[in-house]
Write a protein that binds this ligand. Structure first.
Ligand code: PRP
Ligand code: URA
Length: 209
């Protein structure tokens, strides 16, 4: 089974509390999602491959390390995953970006795909899928199914809040995918929203409710 990491660093937990608060408005919410994503990206990229290079400092030659190869592609799941993109690109500005469009049918809570555009060299890259909410897990599982048809080198999933149901669905469907979340919450409600969660991430990021 893939590795599951709950990134419970104090800075992330503090920002997550502000994010969950219903009195936090869209401007602050967006900034917090980006900051948390940047901090989580540090953890999710811990095992990136390095190669040795030789450079000249002002003092001498030095053998030192750079990240090797084409490395990363970030794939946010629209819409809410877009809120995480700025934060991770701050850390890895050379990464390529793909997009997967998907929304949950309000009656069934099943994902409805509407868009997929991935970098042409994705088979040479490690993919990190971005979506702040892992509720039933349906969206993440379907998005990763789509991405796997392009055979990337590896896939990780980075979310902010997961429900136990979603984590179970994702790790069962994709045991090869490492999962990074900032919190594992209690449960889903009758409408498949995460409790206590933070409400509808897309609406809070984009101010659509
Ligand atoms: C939210 C969220 C995930 C999905 C999680 O998206 O951003 O993509 O729900 O739920 P699941 O794990 O049960 O699939 P939503 O469908 O609300 O679309 P939006 O981001 O466009 O608002
Ligand atoms: N999508 C959200 O944005 N929030 C939830 O709690 C569940 C799905």
């Amino acid at each position: 089974m893939g590795k599951v990491t709950i990134t419970n660093h104090p800075l992330i937990q503090h920002k997550l509390t502000l994010l969950r608060d219903k009195n936090t408005g869209s401007k602050e919410f967006r900034a917090l999602v980006q900051e948390i994503s940047m901090l989580m990206c540090y953890e999710a990229t811990r095992d990136l491959p390095l190669q040795e290079v030789e450079i000249e400092t002002p003092m001498s030659m030095a053998k030192t390390k750079v990240i090797s190869g084409k490395t990363l592609a970030f794939v946010p799941i629209l819409r809410a995953g877009m809120g995480m993109l700025g934060g991770v690109l701050e850390l890895v500005p050379s990464a390529k970006v793909g997009h997967i469009g998907m929304y949950r049918d309000p009656e069934t809570a099943k994902p409805v795909p509407y868009y997929c555009k991935l970098p042409s060299d994705i088979s040479q890259r490690e993919v990190i899928v971005l979506d702040p909410m892992l509720a039933t897990g349906g969206s993440a599982v379907d998005a990763i199914n789509q991405i796997k048809t392009y055979h990337p080198k590896s896939i990780k999933f980075m979310g902010i809040i997961a429900a136990p149901e979603g984590l179970e669905a994702l790790t069962s469907a994709h045991p090869d995918v490492d999962v990074y979340c900032a919190a594992l919450d209690e449960r889903l409600d009758d409408h498949c929203y995460i409790i206590p969660g933070l409400g509808d991430a897309g609406d809070r990021i984009f101010g659509t409710k």
